[in-house]
Design a binder for this molecule. Structure first.
Ligand code: ADP
Length: 396
């Protein structure tokens, strides 16, 4: 059975075709710069193909994806009817969606209703779903929300200390992000622990360009670091994470920028990049090797923040079975992982250097065998999680 996973943005479509019988990724790629004079498409199977061509709308982009998937030479399916269902990644489901659901007109309207909470993402998702419905008539579609895993948080965790009517009028609260990844690695960690997920307390540390940490209590999200938008929480590649909110006014007064412009600076020019000019950990480590102090400061600040959240979440959970690292940095950066967790033996948190430095990409522990809190690395796979959810929702 083949499931197509779509992640449509305002001017892009990421796609992946998965074979659910083997769990293999058959084809994947991205259509970019939709609506611009010149766009591009990439298509990866055993080999890689890229092309430059204009994609006036998402429709042309999706048509080209179908052409490639069914191409006599490059294709991986004979006909598009081989695709059993389509799963869509949706960034924001507000308080409307707790679970993945099959798409119908009411669900589409719900995603539109959440546009004020994710103005950069949800409009693209709606277009992606509408285009897929048009080009795959009769094929059932499921939406999987990045926020739904966090919907189990209690009000004491998700409310902000601001006038209550802001929540009532505009839904101003913490929603979290990367929920599909947190859910996937939490479940895989429980498997590794050999314990039912419903009885496991896990701190999930998703460290990519965007990054967030969740406290998972008895398998459910209890707290998470990201807030109303993906700007909050820990220090990220270009995003500032949690800061004193008065800083927005402080910068605006001095630069003459509007609040929205300051937020753009805090989103695109801050975080690791704001401190040292680089947002990729590979560059940062190379610069630290050369003695660059700002690069070292950026790394130390980011890890300091991760430690703070892990510490806070350990207290919130009371008992921690495991801490799991995932995503680009979490999976690849042993220095970052060690920096976050060194010196915590008194709390039962250990890192075995040998294991930490030689991870073989299979889910495995990197803590000492006698460590009370297990530390592990699990490669996230959001597309597989979306495909699994799609199969489960449709009962395929
Ligand atoms: P996104 O949030 O865009 O999905 P990823 O999860 O792919 O991000 O993470 C990308 C980040 O992972 C890069 O910016 C880089 O900082 C980090 N990264 C990737 N590979 C390595 C590596 N080998 N060593 C250290 N950091 C890495």
């Amino acid at each position: 059975m083949k499931i197509l996973v779509i992640n449509a943005g305002s001017s892009s479509i990421k796609y992946q075709l998965l074979d659910m019988t083997t769990g293999n990724d058959l084809a994947s790629g991205i259509v970019e710069r939709i609506g611009e004079e010149m766009g591009s498409i990439s298509y990866k199977t055993d080999s890689k193909y890229t092309a430059e061509q204009p994609f006036p709308t998402h429709r042309e982009g999706m048509v080209e994806v179908i052409n490639l998937l069914t191409d006599a030479d490059k294709g991986v399916v004979k006909e598009k009817s081989e695709i059993a269902a389509i799963g869509h990644r949706i960034v924001h489901g507000g308080e409307l969606f707790f679970e993945p659901v099959e798409v119908d007109e009411k669900v589409l309207q719900g995603i539109r209703d959440c546009i004020p909470l994710a103005p950069l993402h949800n409009p693209g998702h709606v277009i992606g779903i509408e285009t897929a419905m048009e080009l795959f008539p009769g094929v059932r579609q499921v939406v999987v929300f990045d926020t739904s895993f966090h919907q189990t948080m209690e009000p004491k965790a998700y409310m902000y200390g601001v006038p209550y009517e802001y929540y009532e009028n505009w839904g101003l609260r913490r929603y979290g992000a990367h929920g599909t990844s947190h859910k996937y690695v939490a479940r895989e960690t429980a498997k590794l622990l050999g314990k039912p997920l419903e009885e496991s307390n896990i701190i999930t540390v998703h460290l990519g360009n965007g990054a967030s940490i969740s406290a998972v209590k008895n398998g459910k999200c209890y707290d998470t670091s990201m807030g109303l938008t993906p700007l909050g929480g820990i220090i990220m590649g270009t995003r500032c994470g949690d800061i004193d909110p008065a800083i927005v006014g402080f910068i605006a007064e001095r630069t003459g920028q509007s609040a929205a412009e300051v937020v753009t600076t805090l989103t695109n020019e801050s975080g690791l990049k704001g401190i040292c000019g680089s947002n990729d950990l590979r560059d940062i480590h190379a610069r630290i090797e050369e003695g660059d102090e700002k690069a070292k400061l950026a790394l130390d600040m980011a890890c300091h923040k991760v430690r703070q959240f892990i510490g806070a979440y350990a207290f919130e959970l009371g008992h921690v079975d495991a801490i799991v690292f995932t995503a680009g940095i979490g999976e690849n950066d042993e220095i970052y992982r060690e920096n976050c967790l060194s010196g915590l033996e008194n709390f039962g948190i250990t890192i075995n250097k040998e294991k930490n430095n030689n991870w073989d990409r299979t889910p495995s522990f990197i803590s000492e065998d006698d460590g009370a809190v297990k530390v592990c690395i699990i490669a996230t796979n959001e597309e597989l999680e979306i495909a699994n959810d799609t199969v489960a929702v449709l009962g395929l």
